[in-house]
Design a protein around this ligand. Structure first.
Ligand SMILES: Nc1nc2c(ncn2[C@@H]2O[C@H](COP(=O)(O)OP(=O)(O)O)[C@@H](O)[C@H]2O)c(=O)[nH]1
Ligand SMILES: [Mg+2]
Length: 197
């Protein structure tokens, strides 16, 4: 038994993932859902005071591949910019979040988050995630909602690796987000190694 466990560990990859986006778009709730399989409207509040939090989660991909993700949850506030500079470098991939009920948070993806990530981590793979899709399902008619096509366009124009709409509240597509980022981060390291070889 012991032999097999150690072999598994040696085959397990480790990757660092940054999660960024405007304050309030649901970054902490998304990570909470992954970690605890729960959504608590109040839980994220506990973390508001801390600028940075690291969670660790083993993701199992197809063909038995395992990736241990170190997920960096960062405050979206401008005041933490100095911390982001310290903590983002060496990330293998980034999840850039906005909320589908907040068009400005999508505009800031293009205006702030993509440029910042490209500056701090040149060439980093970026996955665009539209959070809180449950709210849009409930009231599709409200004008301010971001339609799926707008998210898809933003991802394409900014050469991101994909676009996923999800909900930490209902658990819709949350797993897909982290499986996708694990896959992308895994490939990224292979490319990097070849570059330096
Ligand atoms: N309806 C809905 N509300 C959400 C969802 N995710 C987060 N929220 C709420 O949005 C607010 C901000 O969430 P939080 O995770 O703290 O955002 P952060 O600042 O990006 O970390 C909180 O009141 C959450 O309860 C979601 O998927 N659906
Ligand atoms: Mg947060």
């Amino acid at each position: 038994m012991g032999c097999c466990t150690s072999q598994e560990n040696s085959e397990e990859a480790q990757r660092k993932i940054a999660v960024v986006g405007d304050s309030g778009v649901g970054k902490t709730s998304l990570i909470q859902r992954l970690m605890t399989d729960d959504f608590d409207e109040n839980t994220p509040q506990e973390y508001i005071a801390s600028a940075l939090k690291v969670d660790e989660k083993l993701i199992e991909l197809k063909k038995g591949k395992k990736v241990r993700l170190f997920i960096y949850d960062t405050g979206g506030q401008e005041t933490f910019k100095h911390l982001r500079k310290l903590n983002y470098p060496k990330s293998d991939a980034v999840i850039i979040c906005f909320s589908v009920d907040n068009i400005e948070s999508l505009q800031n993806v293009k205006k702030n988050w993509v440029p910042e990530m490209q500056r701090l981590c040149p060439g980093i793979p970026m996955l665009l995630v539209g959070n809180k899709v449950d709210i849009r399902h409930e009231s599709e008619s409200i004008k301010n909602f971001v339609p799926r096509g707008k998210g898809e366009n933003t991802a394409k124009k900014n050469k991101m690796v994909g676009y996923i709409e999800c909900s930490a509240k209902t658990d819709e597509k949350v797993k897909d987000v982290f499986e996708k980022i694990a896959q992308v981060a895994l490939q990224r390291k292979v490319i990097r190694k070849e570059e330096t070889a």
